[in-house]
Design a protein around this ligand. Structure first.
Ligand SMILES: NC(=O)c1ccc[n+]([C@@H]2O[C@H](COP(=O)([O-])OP(=O)(O)OC[C@H]3O[C@@H](n4cnc5c(N)ncnc54)[C@H](O)[C@@H]3O)[C@@H](O)[C@H]2O)c1
Length: 464
């Protein structure tokens, strides 16, 4: 259960000793042909999920300098989202690389297939829908021989985590490259910090702390379904509100800190217990909130050696705002992210307080590598073009599962091991691969417009 989250270091060491093509073959035990656009034609890209991040990821993809990438197809369940993404991309400096005529714009739950059908093996599919659809879209991409960039989180429950791990193996067996949008891993500052910590600069890590505390964000708070669009499509629009769609605000907002704090420790925790609650259940206008989130979470994760990681999250106005992450070692301490999910600089200090007088090291990253969202695309395309092993699915799944473990511990009020969590059979969006535009979806409101919510202690085995 303690899989190493240091994929990129492992990959670099591996390549040092074996070289690119041989490395790809050695990973799977069979000779694998290069899967990339060998004919110098631009690598084609399809965007599935044309919202805020999808549009941003497409810009990042089309900004890669190594080889030209071209956006050729787009898919969404809402026409207006696709259109506004298309117009934003066309108006961007990368707009000349957007070649998506009307007959390559697709709407509906099967739109992902049609968009991927526009690609050839070795092209890239981008998955930036809410997480519930990841395994469905990934299955088809593997079938079609496509490389993938998929956003975090990957899963909200154990059955889909197990499924995604298997799909990740299937992708590697076909020599497909898969990037996962945990961009901290591509922060050059955090990569240097992880190496320094592994080299013992601040001793053995005994405590990590992640804080994401700010006002209500995204779609984490929802009042009653207004009746239009359908209840399912409305829940998709407000995916941060519903555990089936996003893992709730805990997974969607806090996963970056969960991931990079565990990366610094070079391990996943073995168990979690947690506090959490909902202080405010009404919007400022007095309307009742019906989403499934708590407004505060404090999760205590424990590692096999007894070290701890505390993840504090709060979505509440008028309270102290902290949004950064830290590590404490036996000889010193580190600022992992100085602001937001992975803000520069990272630094290390002697002793237990981050006083500049005790500064050991502070990152100094060249301007062209300061954006981890661009770095993750440059790294993925570099691996595709050079046929190097590249698959971030396992760590993406474990970061998602560890987030779900913390959320479940808070929602049930129980201490839960990661091993037990991973054995669970509770799946929050069963049958998602069969959904149509008029499907009911996995969560239907009661006569008062309410959905089941977590009740720690009262519902000790199930989150709702
Ligand atoms: N790495 C990061 O820092 C980061 C930042 C923001 C969002 N994200 C992730 O990106 C994902 C999307 O977030 P967002 O903020 O862009 O949300 P969004 O609502 O703006 O975009 C999601 C888009 O997907 C579409 N969609 C939903 N279900 C679909 C389906 N089955 N098929 C096709 N299209 C579908 C929606 O209509 C919408 O246009 C989430 O998983 C989120 O966690 C990551």
């Amino acid at each position: 259960m303690n899989q190493s989250p240091t994929h990129s270091t492992t990959r670099r060491q591996f390549l040092k000793t074996t070289g690119g093509f041989a490395a790809a073959s050695a990973l799977t035990g069979i000779l694998l042909p290069a899967v990339h656009a060998a004919d110098n034609a631009p690598i084609q890209v399809a965007l599935i999920g044309c919202g805020g991040r999808g549009t941003g990821a497409a810009v990042n993809a089309l900004s890669v300098g190594l080889v030209p990438l071209k956006l050729v197809a787009m898919a969404d369940v809402f026409r207006d989202r696709l259109d506004s993404s298309y117009h934003a991309l066309k108006g961007h400096p990368v707009g000349s690389r957007v070649e998506v005529p009307e007959d390559r714009k697709f709407i509906g739950f099967d739109a992902y297939r049609k968009a991927m059908d526009c690609l050839k093996p070795g092209d890239i599919a981008i998955f930036t829908t809410p997480l519930a659809f990841r395994w469905v879209h990934f299955t088809y991409a593997i079938q079609k021989g496509l490389h993938v960039f998929m956003e975090k989180p990957l899963t909200a429950d154990a059955p889909t985590s197990r499924r995604m791990l298997k799909l990740g193996e299937a992708a590697s067996a076909k020599n497909l490259k898969v990037g996962v949008g945990l961009m901290s891993r591509h922060s050059r500052a955090m990569q240097q910090l992880a190496q320094r910590i592994q080299d013992g600069e601040i001793g053995d890590l005994i405590l990590m702390r992640g804080y994401r505390m700010h006002g209500p964000g995204g779609s984490a708070y929802s009042t009653k379904w207004p009746g239009n669009p359908s209840e399912l499509l409305w829940q998709i629009q407000r995916f941060h509100s519903f555990i089936w769609a996003s893992g709730g605000c805990f997974n969607d907002f806090y996963i970056h800190h969960v991931d990079h704090c565990c990366w610094m420790k070079n391990a996943w925790p073995v168990k979690a217990q947690a506090l959490g609650g909902r202080h405010y259940r009404f919007a400022p206008d007095g309307a009742m909130c019906v989403d499934q989130n708590f407004d505060v979470y404090s999760v205590e994760y424990t590692f096999a050696d007894g070290a701890k990681f505390i993840m504090d999250g709060r979505c509440m106005n008028g309270c102290k705002e902290i949004y950064s992450s830290y590590a404490q070692g036996t000889k010193g301490n580190a600022i992992i992210s100085s602001a937001y999910d992975c803000g520069l600089p990272s630094s290390t200090f002697k002793g237990q307080t981050p006083d500049r007088a005790n500064l050991i090291w502070e990152s100094n990253i060249k301007p062209e590598e300061q954006d981890p969202y661009l770095n993750e695309w440059n790294d993925l395309v570099h691996a595709i073009v050079n046929n190097q092993p590249y698959n971030e699915v396992e760590r993406g799944v474990y970061a998602s599962a560890v987030s779900s473990l913390g959320r479940k511990a808070a929602h049930t009020g129980q201490e839960i091991t990661l091993e037990d969590f991973m054995k669970s059979d509770q799946e929050y969006a069963p049958g998602v691969d069969q959904w149509k535009m008029d499907s009911a979806g996995p969560l239907v409101a009661d006569a008062n417009g309410r959905y089941p919510i977590p009740e720690p202690g009262l519902k000790p085995h199930s989150e709702y």
